[in-house]
Each structure stands twice: as C-alpha cells, then as structure tokens.
Design a protein around this ligand. Structure first.
Ligand code: TXA
Ligand code: MG
Length: 318
C-alpha cells in the first residue's frame, strides 16, 4: 500500500492525518465524522467556537454536498482555485455543527498541492483541516514543523515538502452583497479586486480584544513565546534594548548591529511573495534561538505585505 492509500484509509477510519498544502500544513479529518472533527479540536487545543475550513478537490464536489458558490465566488474560483483562497458561503445540512461551530455559514477551500489533491479525489468526504499547530502558535510550513509539535499525537504526516506560499489562505466571505475579506492571506487583495472589478470590504476590527466579533479574528495568534515588537526602523529601535540579545526579521536589509545567526532577512531581492514564504519558519527559528526579544520590520502595506503585517501584529500580542 502506498503512502496516499494508507493516509486515505486512516481518514476513512476517523483518524487524523497531517496534510501538505501550498499555504501551510493542515491537520485533517473526515469533515462528516463528528468524532474525528472533535479530535482535531482536542489535538490542537482549539476553542470550540472557532470553526474549521473544509477542503475538497473541486467546486462540483462541494455542490454535490449542497454547498454552492455565489457568482462572484465562482469568478474567483475559476481563476484562483485550486489556490490560497477560502470561500465563506451558506452552509448545508450535511455539514456538522462541530465544523461550523454552529454558524449558518461554512468555509471551503480547494488547496493547491498535488499530493493532497490526489488524496481528496480518493475520498468521498471533504477534509476539515485547520493549520497543524497547537492553537495560537505559529503555523507549520514543513512536515518537520508538524512533527516537532504534534508528532506524538498523530499517526500520519504526509510529507509534501515546504509550502510554496507559506502563509494561510485569504478568507473571503460572500454572505453580504459585497464580498468581505475576513483574513488576509496568500492571495493578494489587489488580485481579488482586479478579477472582480469591484472593491471588496476589509476585516472588521473589534476594539475589545477579549471578544471575537467574527471567527478568524483572534487577536493573539501565530505567537512565538518571545516578545515581538514591530518597528518602522529596526536600527533605531535596537538602541532601546541595549544589553539584550536581539533577533530580527527584516524584508531586504542586513543589520550591522545584530548577530548574523539571529537575523532573518525574508527576501533580499525584495519579493513580498518570497518574504511570506519564509515568515513562519523565521518566527519558529527565533523562538528556538537564544534571543530575548524579536524586532520585526513593518512590511509595505501592499500585496502579500498586508498578510505579513497582519501575522506580525498578531504575533506581537502577548
Ligand atoms: O491556508 C489555510 O487556510 C489553512 C490550510 C490548512 O488550508 N487552514 C487554516 O485553517 O488556516 P485555520 O483553522 O487555522 O484557520 C481557519 C480560519 C479560522 O480563523 C476560522 O475562524 C475561520 O477560518 N473560519 C472557518 N469557518 C468560518 C466561517 N464559517 N465564517 C468565518 N470564518 C470562518
Ligand atoms: Mg491556524
């Protein structure tokens, strides 16, 4: 039996399998098996009010399960799916409350990874899959990251190499007449707007950080166990932390005052796509290194820079 068949069998039996996607690794279970889905929440230590994305390999298959994309969503899907976009649409009776956390909407996605697309085609159910990290920690972009944190809790990790996008999917809700981005991610807002020919709404921010006004809006997230500070100019900020061991995340620049091994330059050539790809592994490495504090540069607020800034902001909440 090959690896994919073994993974498919485990999923059919209600077990969890970590799957590669182009964004981040997911912790997958049969979305129609409530007990299996419950096990995802337990394994990740995820709060039950935070719903899950379900994954399959085509828009048609979702339609067979009674989940339909409205016209604008279809326009985006025909261009970007499989790819790093998740659609929030009205749910279907077939989807357990355990997946939607009782909401009347469901989040669906067609991930763009050859192994996982093949796996999804073998199954007669969709896979519920959050990122394969303990809740609030940084998402995994390699099989080794998953093994490090959840290796003793899951029977199978499908190794599909390093994630090419490296940051989670962009979540777009189609519940209002104008689509609304709920989470910035691997597909840039500009690409969504130019495809639709309209401006989309952006995430609503809650002033009260103890409340989640919409799912997907948890303030503290992607957090390493170190204090992270976002700055416009790292060189100036360093002066405030004399005597401390500093780690840094910068876009293109090398910094003279920080030890080389503690510096993570996400894309020397200035590509925001490459920077997004390397962000989470940099956060992980800094978490493991002997640094007292992490200084991160604010990225340009365009393209995937918006998603990078969003993740840095959440990582900086302690
Ligand atoms: O790239 C991704 O999206 C990855 C890979 C594995 O596909 N998955 C991922 O899942 O990031 P997770 O669970 O870490 O994040 C899913 C987000 C959560 O913030 C959740 O609140 C939101 O999607 N979400 C799920 N269902 C929703 C719904 N019905 N309405 C609004 N937000 C929803
Ligand atoms: Mg996550």
């Amino acid at each position: 039996m090959n690896e994919l068949e073994a993974a498919a069998n485990l999923l059919r039996q209600g077990e969890l399998v970590a799957i590669p996607t182009e964004t981040v690794y997911g912790l997958a279970a049969n979305a129609f098996n409530e007990e299996a889905v419950l096990n995802i929440y337990k394994t990740k230590n995820r709060p039950h009010f935070n719903p899950l994305i379900i994954h399959s390999n085509s828009v048609q298959r979702f339609a067979e399960w009674g989940i339909y994309l409205p016209e604008l969503a279809l326009k985006l899907a025909s261009k970007f799916s499989p790819g790093p976009i998740t659609f929030v649409v009205p749910t279907s009776n077939i989807v357990p409350d355990m997946v939607t956390a009782g909401h009347d909407s469901v989040a669906i996605r067609i991930p763009n990874h050859p192994l996982t697309l093949e796996l999804l085609a073998m199954l007669d159910f969709p896979l519920a899959a959050p990122s394969a990290n303990p809740s609030t920690f940084v998402s995994p972009t390699s099989a080794a990251h998953v093994k490090q944190q959840l290796g003793d809790k899951i029977k199978c990790i499908l190794d599909g190499g390093e994630c090419k996008v490296g940051i989670e999917s962009t979540i777009v809700s189609f519940l209002e007449s104008t689509p609304r981005i709920l989470r910035y991610g691997g597909l840039a807002k500009e690409q969504i707007e130019s495809t639709l020919g309209i401006k989309v709404n952006v995430p609503q921010v809650s002033g009260d950080t103890s409340k989640i006004i919409a799912p997907g809006m948890m303030e503290r997230h992607y957090a390493p166990n170190k204090k992270l500070i976002i700055c416009n100019d790292i060189k100036k900020e360093i002066l405030n932390y004399k005597g401390l061991s500093i780690g840094s995340i910068s876009f293109t620049k090398k910094l003279d005052d920080i030890e080389c091994k503690n510096q993570f330059i996400l894309s020397p050539s200035g590509s925001l796509d490459k920077a997004a790809r390397h962000l989470f592994s940099a956060l992980r490495s800094l978490n493991d290194l002997d640094v007292d504090i992490i200084l991160a540069e604010k990225f340009p607020d365009e393209g995937l820079g918006i998603a990078i800034n969003d993740r840095l902001k959440r990582a900086s909440v302690h």
